[in-house]
Design a protein around this ligand. Structure first.
Ligand SMILES: Cc1cc2nc3c(=O)[nH]c(=O)nc-3n(C[C@H](O)[C@H](O)[C@H](O)COP(=O)(O)OP(=O)(O)OC[C@H]3O[C@@H](n4cnc5c(N)ncnc54)[C@H](O)[C@@H]3O)c2cc1C
Length: 481
């Protein structure tokens, strides 16, 4: 019997699990995917927003500002990348520059750190590639970017180190109430018993809630955001995240430097009924080109290495819906977590564990709780001596599998083996960056398959790309190595 069962191993579920693991309570996270952070937490802009644009008094405003500050602690404890880019919210000649003043006042009211209004020449001095038509900027220095799925992986690794359990490939198909709590059953027929259920199922939160509630207080209205990814050779094109003035359709298309030097351009905001379909659309991609070009000049779109899309779990409730069920004691909603959910997640986790579940009233603190998780430095960043020592210990360090990102076979092995390793091609990409570079896996995917096969004892055609039953190869060929 678990004390807490969390449905969804995205950024919210994994950070809640980590905060629960500070207490002597038995916690399990379940996810239908074969890895943590495979949905919205995988495909987003990676911005730790300052908290400038949600309406004052909303949970989005409160948790974004708090979450932004908590990321500094999280980065130290979990060894996750955080690039302190800062952000400029821009007014174009055709815009109403008064909109910037409204946003400035909102940022101050929300408690954002040190926002200020800049004239065009000061802004252009700091960001020379700004479009000539920019007439003013709101400077948001607390804006940062992170590596979203690594935050989820790190949080879950740390939660597991402190006693939490994880069940992947566990698609919740039914939830039954019992005298002690709930029985949560998977599509494969496995059952877990728990006193409390926390519903952090992203775009499926309403589907999960409808398993126990007659009237779910919100409906998820999925909204797709599409992107271009530019190669990391463009690093330095802009230093800051560039935002246009937000409109009724959200934050708009952004220019976003990433932690590894790439630049993201996007997202769009298009409603769709499907909760998972992440196909790209020509009209969305055209819109990105048009909108981004209003903020910066000469954007090197010829350096595009990929396009992708993510799905926001927007809801009919407008704000985040983080509440106990009104119908079912012991069932809690962490729902409608669209933007700025990545930013807000550390504060959401603190709120859920401290205020909603009031865990400290029922369970003592774990004296052995260790907040730290350390990540091995990438091999290519080490000194010659350090590299030589590693190669002597394991020659797999001398074999570069991914030439774009300079990832070794030993690093791919480590990504598979864990802790919280993944034996999928995408799982390796998320952990070791093999396939994240210019060739996007064109050269290295077959080598990654080979290493995963060696570690797991499987045949290459039995290895999945990202979830169950997604092999890249159909069958063995007669080609021998
Ligand atoms: C295009 C886009 C851009 C964004 N940009 C930003 C940004 O720059 N900054 C920011 O702060 N926020 C941003 N966000 C929002 C942020 O990404 C999300 O708020 C956050 O990732 C949500 O995390 P989550 O854990 O709630 O959901 P998810 O990461 O979606 O996790 C939900 C999990 O539930 C699991 N699940 C669903 N159904 C079941 C079931 N039946 N059984 C078991 N498991 C199940 C899923 O597999 C999934 O892993 C963006 C979102 C999108 C889509």
């Amino acid at each position: 019997m678990y004390d807490y069962l969390i449905i969804g191993a995205g950024i919210c579920g994994t950070l809640i699990a980590r905060d629960l693991s500070r207490y002597e309570a038995k916690t399990v996270v379940v996810d239908k995917e074969s890895d943590v952070g495979n949905h919205a937490t995988l495909a987003n802009s990676a911005i730790v927003h300052s908290g400038h644009d949600p309406l004052e008094g909303t949970l989005k405003a409160k948790f974004a500002v708090e979450g932004n500050r908590l990321y500094h602690t999280l980065a130290k404890e979990l060894d996750i990348p955080l690039r302190k880019t800062g952000g400029f919210l821009l007014a174009n000649r055709q815009d109403d520059a008064k909109g910037l003043e409204t946003l400035y006042r909102r940022a101050v009211a929300n408690g954002v750190d040190s926002p200020s209004l800049l004239d065009a020449s000061t802004a252009k001095e700091r960001e020379p590639m700004l479009h000539d038509d920019i007439v003013a900027a709101l400077d948001l220095p607390s804006t940062m970017v992170t590596y979203p799925w690594e935050v989820a992986i790190a949080a879950m690794q740390n939660a597991m180190k402190n006693g939490a359990a994880l069940r992947l490939n566990y698609e919740v198909a039914s939830i039954k109430r019992t005298e002690e709590g709930f029985v949560v059953t998977s599509a494969d027929g496995d059952s877990l018993r728990t006193k409390v259920v926390i519903n952090a199922a992203g775009t499926f939160a309403d589907t999960i809630a409808s398993m126990v509630e007659r009237e779910v207080p919100y409906r998820i209205t999925p909204s797709r955001g599409e992107y271009y990814v530019l190669d990391k050779l463009v690093d330095g094109f802009v230093e800051r995240v560039l935002y246009p003035l937000p409109n009724n359709n959200g934050k708009g298309v952004l220019v976003v430097p990433q932690v590894h030097g790439n630049i993201l351009l996007g997202p769009t905001n298009t409603h769709q009924t499907d909760k998972e379909n992440v196909a790209n659309h020509a009209e969305d991609l055209d819109k990105i080109k048009r909108d981004a070009a209003r903020m910066a000049k000469d954007i090197p779109f010829d350096m595009t290495i990929r396009t992708f899309a993510g799905i926001r779990a927007s809801s009919t409730y407008e704000d985040f819906y983080i509440e106990p069920s009104k119908e079912v004691p012991g069932f809690y909603h962490v729902a409608g977590i669209d933007s700025p959910g990545l930013t807000a997640a550390p504060a959401i986790a603190e709120h859920v564990v401290g205020k909603l579940l009031k865990v400290r009233e029922s369970y003592p603190k774990k004296s052995s709780f260790d907040p730290y998780r350390r990540k091995k430095k990438a091999f290519h960043t080490l000194s010659d001596d350090e590299q030589r020592r590693l190669i002597e210990a394991d020659p797999a360090h001398a074999y570069i599998v991914c030439k774009c990102e300079r990832v070794t076979a030993a690093e791919v092995k480590a990504a598979v083996q864990g802790p919280l390793g993944s034996a999928t091609v995408k799982g390796v990409k998320k952990r070791a960056r093999a396939g994240s570079g210019l060739c996007q896996g064109g050269y290295c995917e077959s080598e990654v398959l080979k290493v995963i096969a060696e570690v797991t004892g499987k045949k290459p055609h039995e290895i999945d790309y990202y979830r169950k039953n997604t092999p890249i190869l159909k069958e063995e060929t007669k080609v021998k190595r």
